[in-house]
Design a protein around this ligand. Structure first.
Ligand SMILES: Cc1cc2nc3c(=O)[nH]c(=O)nc-3n(C[C@H](O)[C@H](O)[C@H](O)COP(=O)(O)O)c2cc1C
Length: 308
């Protein structure tokens, strides 16, 4: 069973991936948050950081593209190939209204004919392998039944399925019945994604789907960076390493020429998920979330880790 870190725009960005990889049991693969094709010749500064090994370290990274136009997709693929990438992930999962409104992400699933033509075009490019990260559909999980034969026409490197619809957003429970259908019918190697927050959650999926290729984890690993270690048999959470990871991340983001406020914003995004590790640290978490300066942030951080 392989384990992948999910792309989380604004959270599992380059610094997070690199320092996670260096400080904890590594994932087998990491994915960039989505890149949107644009007219510029090269990549912009933010995109360069997401894909360059200088900022990512030595890990297996797959860039993700969000697009419903084969031309733009293939042009971005060409640039990524120049940067050395041979595997690309297509985002068919993003549920955000602005993305879906443009018929992209999970919104693309509502247009099977257009999706079919798009896949037909992009799979003609022999220079890269393409994996897909998808939801079940837009409104109803059953929409996926019609998409299965479409996906099975193409040599998809891996199919990562988050068994929710766009309409579910992150609510409702994951639809394991429909995932089981994918498990039986999707030809590509299948990766499960969604709501893995404890070792028990992962073991449950591993046992229920013994031939699954792997599991992708997003919010769960941000909420507890030791989660993969617990899944692999470690018994205790190393608060010391989580503390040191957060300090390295703060240093990393402070180096790249963004303001104190922007650096703290990045750290606060992590605490949206990480706060659940500190149920007794509410007051200090509040201090972290309100911090406008590094010293207030550090005060809150020291307090929560002292309790541990
Ligand atoms: C803040 C946030 C940003 C996300 N950004 C992306 C993204 O850029 N690309 C993508 O494919 N999925 C994105 N996702 C979805 C996650 O990769 C993942 O599919 C989802 O969170 C379910 O998995 P989890 O329960 O393990 O977090 C994002 C999710 C969140 C919460």
């Amino acid at each position: 069973m392989v384990y992948y870190m999910a792309p989380l725009e604004g959270v599992t960005t380059y610094g997070f991936r690199k320092h996670y990889h260096d400080n904890f049991i590594p994932f087998d693969k990491y994915f960039t948050p989505f890149l949107v094709p644009h007219q510029k010749r090269g990549f912009n500064e933010r995109e360069k950081k997401e894909i360059s090994s200088e900022y990512n370290g030595n890990l297996c990274l797959v860039p993700q593209i969000l697009s419903n136009e084969s031309e733009g997709f293939l042009e971005t693929v060409r640039k990524l190939r120049e940067a050395g990438y041979r595997e690309i992930n297509l985002n068919l999962g993003c549920p955000s209204k602005t993305v879906v409104g443009k018929g992209r992400g999970s919104g693309f699933l509502a247009y099977p004919d257009k999706l079919d033509r798009f896949l037909d075009e992009i799979f003609k490019d022999p220079s890269v392998e393409i994996s897909i990260k998808s939801r079940l559909g837009v409104n109803e999980a059953e929409e996926f039944l019609e998409l299965i034969p479409l996906f099975n026409k193409y040599p998809i490197k891996e199919f990562i399925l988050h068994p929710r619809t766009q309409k579910d957003f992150y609510g409702n429970t994951v639809n394991l019945k429909m995932f089981e259908m994918a498990y039986q019918e999707i030809k590509a190697p299948l990766i499960y994604n969604g709501d893995i927050n404890t070792a028990e959650d992962a073991h449950f999926i591993e046992e229920k789907f013994p031939n699954l290729k792997g599991i992708m984890i997003g919010r769960g690993i941000v909420g507890n960076p030791c989660l993969l270690e617990l899944i692999k048999g470690e018994e205790a959470i190393s608060y010391q390493r989580i503390y040191s990871f957060l300090q390295k991340l703060l240093e990393e983001y402070s180096k790249v020429g963004i303001s104190e406020k922007q650096v703290l914003h990045k750290m606060k995004e992590i605490f949206i998920y990480l706060e659940r590790l500190f149920p007794d640290g509410r007051k200090s978490i509040k201090k972290i979330k309100k911090a406008e300066k590094f010293d207030r942030y550090q005060e809150g951080l020291t307090e929560i880790f002292k309790v541990c």
